[in-house]
Ligand binder design. Structure first.
Ligand code: PLP
Length: 262
């Protein structure tokens, strides 16, 4: 029997069209050669053009899923995306307060089209409960604006927001600049002492699930033993490649194309 692979758990929302959420997380983790476990916190109904509903999983069922996978698998890295409800957030908070792991939190609040993916008040609860447990949080500009309480539009705003978010006590804050105006994508990383900027070209591809792919790739790289800088650098290159090879299996927005399509 082959040596066990590293295991990464993703906790998030199901997307039946595999462009976002835990399905695209699984595709990303597999391409990084780590074994994906997945705990469903919410079931969305969406395709490549629209999202029509969300059904949030009862927190007792979320907890059952966590307990059985942790009983069986050696999980050191967990990526958290869409949690849906405050009860689910509380369950995850309680669970990881007593199961220390490397947590990468992609603090999802709504879809690109503005469809709410979580209950109101999630902003405060994420800041108070989950961020302090995180190795890394990865808000985009609109999420950073909600968490920091002002509109984050440029690199100096991103740095100001990172300072504010660092006060919630994650180890690292990465504010993603994929939606910055201009030709470059700049992500800002902050650890409480210094800033580091990650620069890449910006492609005009309106691909679905980019935040999910990016944070899953970072989580996989951390599980493989890379440091935070290398993990982010490699995840950025991976995402760029995925943007360049995005395909249109549906009729709406382009999405992740696996390396070895069926
Ligand atoms: N659906 C799920 C389950 C998600 O986790 C996310 C984002 O994290 C989205 C939809 C939003 O995807 P998009 O930004 O492509 O609209």
């Amino acid at each position: 029997m082959k040596k066990n692979k590293k295991v990464v758990l993703t906790i998030g929302g199901s997307d039946p069209s595999s462009g976002a959420g835990i399905q695209v997380d699984i595709l990303t983790l597999l391409e990084h050669k780590v074994f994906p476990c997945s705990v469903v916190a919410s079931v969305t109904s969406q395709n490549s053009s629209k999202i029509t509903s969300t059904y949030h999983i009862p927190s007792s069922v979320l907890l059952n899923q966590l307990e059985v996978v942790f009983e069986d698998f050696d999980i050191k890295v967990v990526k958290i995306g869409m949690l849906g409800t405050l009860k689910n957030l509380d369950t995850v908070f309680n669970f990881f307060s007593s199961h220390p792991v490397i947590l990468v939190i992609d603090p999802v609040l709504e879809s690109t089209s503005g469809f709410p993916l979580v209950e109101q008040n999630m902003v405060n609860e994420l800041k108070e409960k989950l961020f302090p447990l995180a190795k890394l949080i990865t808000p985009n500009l609109s999420e950073a604006s909600r968490f920091a309480g002002f509109k984050v539009e440029n690199i100096s705003d991103m740095k100001r927001a990172a300072l504010i978010l660092k006060e919630t006590d994650p180890e690292w804050v990465l504010i993603k600049g994929g939606h910055l105006k201009g030709r470059k994508c700049v992500d800002v990383l902050y650890d409480g002492k210094s800033f580091r900027e990650f620069l890449s070209e910006k492609l005009r591809v309106n691909m679905r699930g980019t935040g999910c792919i990016f944070s899953s790739a970072i989580a996989a790289n951390l599980a493989l033993g890379y440091d935070i800088f290398t993990s982010i650098d490699m995840a950025k290159s991976y995402l760029l490649k995925k943007l360049k090879t995005a395909h249109m299996p549906g009729c709406g927005r382009p999405q992740f194309s696996p390396n070895n399509p069926a």
